[in-house]
Design a protein around this ligand. Structure first.
Ligand code: NAP
Ligand code: MN
Length: 265
């Protein structure tokens, strides 16, 4: 990636990582990278921290389409982080060789009542924040598919399939499969309410519409990755796989399947 030289570092300043971050800056200078203070000047965005920190850095930098993202964890690797701040040698080695590749990860685009959209790399979730259940009419490509009543719903991306989705017994999805998955949280199933009950994997060209059935007592909260949005008065949530992708710098020998194996098997 010879043409990409301007790096924006995203991290939470902490005493314990300060020295390591300084060494990372030095390494960058050695290889003629420029550190920029404004994300608008960057063509590489490096996040330091775990997967949660990486999700934050994407949101803070607005899911830049033209930038290459990389995630550097401190002490262990995550699902997004392929590089380790403890092991600067391997970062240096990766820069000199062809051990790295750029992958494009699908993201979701979520629109609430026709307002400006949100992107999600892991998932968007909607759930009741009171003890009462809440009701949602679910449409797929205009077809009324089911009426959900229960705790909530999660719509995840392939890379998000190993996170919240997995706890809800959703399938692990290969990120090469451009798709989104709908999973349920504690649905009520009786003669009045019936839902599919199994996770539903949808092709990337479908559109999901969730209409919150308001009976005056609903207080659903919505999550886009690790951030909460209040949608108390919102009615319609549209979710689709975005045309936009997150471009990530990854190590070739640490594929999605390696990570699934390392973390779960
Ligand atoms: P958190 O509650 O501190 O951490 C949740 C855990 O999920 C962390 O260990 C995090 O890794 C890991 N994680 C994040 N993205 C992942 C992915 N794509 N695949 C596998 N593991 C992943 O919150 P957070 O660190 O800000 O992460 C936000 C994510 O937590 C949400 O997007 C959602 O997927 C997940 N979450 C899960 C549940 C659940 O399973 N019941 C409930 C709420 C949220 P790091 O330690 O490296 O950050
Ligand atoms: Mn975390």
């Amino acid at each position: 990636m010879p043409e990409r030289r301007n790096v924006y570092l995203h991290y939470v300043e902490e005493e314990k990582t300060k020295e390591k971050v300084d060494r990372l800056r030095e390494l960058g200078r050695k290889y003629n990278f420029r550190l920029v203070d404004n994300v608008k000047d960057a063509n590489i965005i490096a996040s330091i921290g775990g997967d949660g920190a990486f999700l934050q850095s994407l949101r803070r930098t607005d899911f830049q389409e033209d930038c290459l993202y990389l995630s550097i964890n401190d002490g262990h690797l995550g699902f997004y982080a392929d590089f380790d701040l403890e092991d600067l040698e391997s970062i240096e080695k990766a820069m000199q060789t062809d051990m790295v590749e750029v992958l494009r990860y699908p993201v979701l685009e979520v629109t609430i009542d026709g307002q400006k959209g949100f992107y999600c790399l892991n998932e968007c979730s909607i759930r009741s924040n009171v003890i009462k259940t809440f009701v949602v009419d679910i449409f797929i490509d205009g077809l009324h598919f089911e009426t959900f009543r229960g705790d909530g719903l999660v719509i995840s991306t392939p890379t998000g399939s190993t996170a919240y989705n997995k706890s809800l017994k959703g399938a692990i999805v290969d990120p090469r499969l451009v798709s989104m998955q709908l999973t349920e949280m504690a649905s009520l199933d009786n003669n009045n309410y019936r839902t599919l009950g199994s996770p539903l994997l949808l092709s990337g060209d479908r559109e999901l519409v969730l209409q919150v059935v308001q009976d005056g007592n609903d207080h659903p909260i919505m999550g886009v990755d690790n951030e909460a949005l209040s949608i108390r008065h919102s009615k319609e949530i549209r979710v689709k796989v975005s045309e936009r992708k997150v471009k990530m710098l990854k190590l070739k020998d640490n594929s999605f399947l390696h990570k699934v194996k390392r973390s779960f098997l």
